[in-house]
Design a protein around this ligand. Sequence first.
Ligand SMILES: Cc1cc2nc3c(=O)[nH]c(=O)nc-3n(C[C@H](O)[C@H](O)[C@H](O)COP(=O)(O)O)c2cc1C
Length: 398
Amino acid sequence: MENTDVLRAPLVVGPIELPHRLAVSPMCTYAAAEGFATDFHLVHLGRLALGGAALTMVEATAVEPQGRISHHDLGIWSDDHVPGLRRIADFLSTHGSIPGIQLGHAGRRASVREPWRAGAPLDDTDAAAGYAPWTVEGPSALPAGPGWPTPDALDESGIRRSIARWVEAAERAVSAGFRIVELHGAHGYLLHEFLSPVANARTDAYGGDAERRMRYPLEVVAAVREAVGTNAALAYRLSAVDGVAGGLTVEETAVFARRLQDAGVDLIDVSSGGVSTDRSIETRVRRGFAFHADFSRRIRESVDVPVATVGLVVEPEQARLLVASGDADLILLGRTVLDDPNWPHHAMRRLGDASFESWDVRFGSALGPHAALIERLGAAGETPLSRFRPQADAHRPG
Ligand SMILES: Cc1cc2nc3c(=O)[nH]c(=O)nc-3n(C[C@H](O)[C@H](O)[C@H](O)COP(=O)(O)O)c2cc1C
């Protein structure tokens, strides 16, 4: 068996077939204004697709303005957002990467600054600069942490309104050409807030026991499943654990994952945490290599649909073993592809695939002979530094 066979095996996700197992995880870029996609998004996502990802997932894209994390999030709350997103989906498709998009609503964690400005809640200083904070919404009037805004608790009509927004967003995503629509149900955002006892203190039909806390996300999934139709796949990113005292455990989440599958989800994407803004807590998930692999393995035992893992996958052999050992069906790559957009291509080469057939022909046709030439020179004892050896002493500072 070739080393690349495990990763090269296609993966069926609902009606979609991914050509292999290395994909791009959704990552906010904070590069949008009023939700509109820009050339930055096209170039950034385009080079990730050209880097060989089987699936390129567009960052969390807000289903309504108050569901944005920051003023600079992508949005899909209006038909006007569709052409810019379609341009991206078209490019990804044309260059061999399945286009996916993550739909999100940040709930009580909305209205913040970019991460490089500490991701703190917006305040009067931001308002003076034209970026005013807005009223955030959540399941209950419980802030995400000290110094965070207290959300307006959604009432029954607010819940109906928000479900309608998810549905419209999903319809737009499909009309823009996205083949996988992912719901962002992790990281302490709205869907996760309803599920977690840490953020949900409701006493009505949407809070209390696990069944009631599942109700909002399951209603959203059922409605969005309908909107996505049968030609596109529906994925759901969940936080396997809250990582805080009294929070969700992986056993509870495994039950929820099964319910997601029953409601029509085609892919479960396993992440963790986010429900508390306290980064010092000892119960939070330790960031080791492949830090969600134990969770994706556990979730995978309770569902029949494919399961993705994400988090510090940095070595090709590590990715291969994660799939081969049954930890996950799909590897999502975040910072690894920010560091090297060609990582999926490089990984396949490192695992022994010497051809450049999966590269865009414009590059592959040049890189095949380039690699062969380098190999021939190496066989003849020549290295890139050979010419400098005799002159090593000739360097004159200044
Ligand atoms: C800059 C950046 C932006 C991110 N934005 C999102 C996002 O929009 N949606 C999401 O679910 N996760 C987001 N994440 C989390 C990543 O998708 C991924 O799960 C996490 O970075 C762990 O994978 P990694 O170790 O490969 O980076 C983001 C991460 C980074 C680094």
